[in-house]
Design a protein around this ligand. Structure first.
Ligand code: FAD
Length: 475
């Protein structure tokens, strides 16, 4: 390392690792500091319950990762990343044993919604699907438009925006029956906000198009494989990684021409002495996460749910909206909307033979310190009777445990910032370059910046772009 590094990155989540890689591959010297003993942030894998059961404590399923222009431009497969896809990307079962599904094929998905809505679904996604790659680049590149690069297909983006800027609840009005409405609400529910929130229709559309284009895969070996591949590539490029190094003050770090923070805006303000720069930034509802070791597959009543790596559990669009609304209003969960994943369907390396890992989370108020295990399992039993009999062990984490696991999950908010108001799009605040800060050498690259939460590395990519433009000026 030179005595003055070009860039120091703080935090080895997907965005911090991506920012470090993007700078290193352009010839800049990069050193990265991570608080925990392993890299990964929200993309890690651990034996949380019993020996041989490899759980993802945070992210598990990667529709955004496999479609990320940043990841697709890196040789991550050479560093061990392999995407595995199930027969169905997602199933949304109903109490009568039927299910709406999200398949690779638009036709199969449309057919699962019933004859009254099949045509409306086709008309919604079919025109956009052939343009998905440029749309994905433009959608995930929202930050770069603010960073001096215009969308490559503005007409397509505008067409997407006409449906996508609507709340999911409005988008659902084009459907007549509950199956399609519940499917849309479940996809929008990945944003932890009521389905009447601005632009949640766009989130549902992105998840649907991503499934039809490349599926919703899981990485072989778990989400840690994404982080390990990024870290291996960074080292190959000459980058240096220090783990077990929590950064508390800017002046603890080695001298550098730029500092890039994969942290919450609040932590950045504290560490870099930025005062009240992000005082208006708000955090959203939290998650209650359970990782299960099971003695066999989940006994779903719906045959489709037994074939899908992701299963959404919440009867109707109204019930999903109610569960999200309760969490954002500060009320205890009653019938939580559950996002669940069963990566063992496609990856036998995750558990001893015949056994399964099972991943579940629901939504709870920010900072909530109750135990949601009972309401989560009651909800699972409605769709998979006998589920509890399969449980060998469980590891639970509510907001306090999630926040202790990762400083970015403020109050258990796994999105590192609320999606309320315009904050889903304008993060951390309205600015031409949202990655820049009041300190000319300090940048923010976490999911608190556009395009927001998810394992896609695009916030890191855009922040790195702002940094390399500045560093190149000084060369
Ligand atoms: C339960 C759960 C389920 C999820 N499911 C999915 C999913 O299935 N698919 C998906 O795409 N996304 C999912 N996500 C979201 C996804 O994990 C995050 O959006 C993503 O990891 C954000 O990446 P990041 O790099 O911005 O931050 P993070 O991944 O949070 O990484 C930040 C890193 O910075 C480190 N750090 C923070 N402060 C400091 C400091 N002061 N000094 C040093 N290091 C520091 C942290 O330890 C951490 O390693 C999930 C998240 C959770 C918690």
């Amino acid at each position: 390392m030179p005595s003055i590094r070009d860039a120091v990155v703080v935090g080895a989540g997907p965005n911090g690792l991506t920012a470090a890689v993007e700078l290193a591959r352009r010839g800049f010297s990069v050193e990265l500091f991570e608080a925990l003993d392993t890299v990964g942030g929200g993309a890690r894998t651990e034996e949380l319950t019993l020996p041989g059961f490899r759980h993802d404590p945070c992210s598990a399923v990667h529709p955004l990762g496999v479609n990320s222009p940043a990841f697709r431009d890196m040789p991550l497969a050479r560093h061990g990343l392999e995407w595995l896809e199930s027969d169905l990307a997602m199933a949304h079962p109903f109490p009568d044993g039927t299910a709406a599904v999200l398949a690779r094929s638009v036709g199969e998905t449309a057919a699962s919604l019933g004859s009254r809505d099949a045509g409306a679904y086709r008309r919604l996604v079919a025109p956009l699907l052939p343009r998905w790659d440029t749309l994905a680049a433009d959608f995930l590149g929202l930050g770069s438009a603010l960073n001096g690069r215009l969308p490559s297909a503005p007409f397509d983006l505008a067409r997407f925006g006409m449906a996508g800027l609507q709340p999911a609840a409005w988008l659902s009005r084009r459907f007549r029956d509950e199956k399609a409405r519940a499917l849309v609400a479940g996809m929008a529910g990945h944003v932890i906000a009521p389905t009447t929130t601005f632009a949640t229709g766009g989130i549902a559309l992105v998840f649907a198009l991503a499934a039809h284009a490349r599926g919703w895969p899981v990485p072989r070996g778990g989400s840690q494989s994404v982080s390990d591949a990024l870290a291996a590539y960074l080292r190959e490029l000459g980058g240096v990684i220090h783990t077990g190094s929590e950064v508390k003050r800017l002046d603890e770090l080695p001298p550098a021409r730029a500092y890039v923070f994969d942290t919450s805006p609040t932590a950045l303000a504290r560490i870099a002495g930025l005062g009240h720069a992000y005082a208006g930034y708000t955090y959203g509802a939290g998650a209650f996460k359970i990782d299960y070791a099971l003695d066999g597959p989940v006994p779903w009543t719906s045959p489709e749910a037994r074939r899908a790596t992701t299963v959404h559990v919440g009867h109707t669009a109204g019930m999903i909206d109610d569960a999200l609304r309760r969490a954002t209003r500060g009320q205890d969960p009653e019938r939580p909307f559950l996002i669940t994943a069963q990566p063992g369907l496609v990856d036998p390396s995750r558990a001893p033979e015949g056994r399964q890992v099972f991943w579940v989370y629901g939504h709870v108020p920010n900072g909530w310190d109750g135990d949601a295990t009972e309401v989560v399992e009651e909800q699972l039993e409605r769709f998979a009777p006998g589920f509890r009999d399969r449980v060998l062990a469980r590891a639970t984490a509510g907001p306090p445990e999630l926040a202790a696991r990762n400083a970015n999950y403020v109050g258990g908010d796994i999105a590192c910032g609320s999606a309320a108001g315009l904050q889903l799009l304008l993060r951390p605040k309205l600015a031409r370059v949202p990655y820049a800060t009041a300190h000319p050498a300090v940048y923010l690259c976490s999911s608190a910046t556009p395009p927001g939460p998810g394992v896609h590395g695009m916030s890191g990519h855009h922040a790195a772009r702002a940094v390399w433009r500045r560093l190149a000026l000084g060369r």
